[in-house]
Design a protein. Structure first.
Length: 78
């Protein structure tokens, strides 16, 4: 016998916050197809490049306070 969506939802909301977060992540992953090897390789190269820029001091960083201020301003402008 299969359970209905409502039954599954009722069970899911009784899970702990951590369990619900894990379940949500697993459900989202189940919607994704197989990773594209070219995309994965491109992201790995981009990550290495960005880490290199931070390590050699050529990256233009923004202090957290500035990032937060920009985000708050953007949200308030909606």
């Amino acid at each position: 016998m299969s359970r209905t969506f409502t039954e599954l939802w009722r069970e899911a909301v009784e899970l702990t916050e951590e369990e619900r977060a894990s379940l949500a992540g697993l459900l989202i992953e189940s919607l994704e197809g197989e990773p594209d090897a070219d995309v994965e390789a491109a992201w790995a190269a981009e990550i290495r490049r960005r880490i290199g820029e931070v390590e050699d001091g050529t990256a233009q960083t923004v202090p957290w306070e500035e990032v937060r201020r920009r985000l708050v301003n953007r949200l308030n402008a909606r």
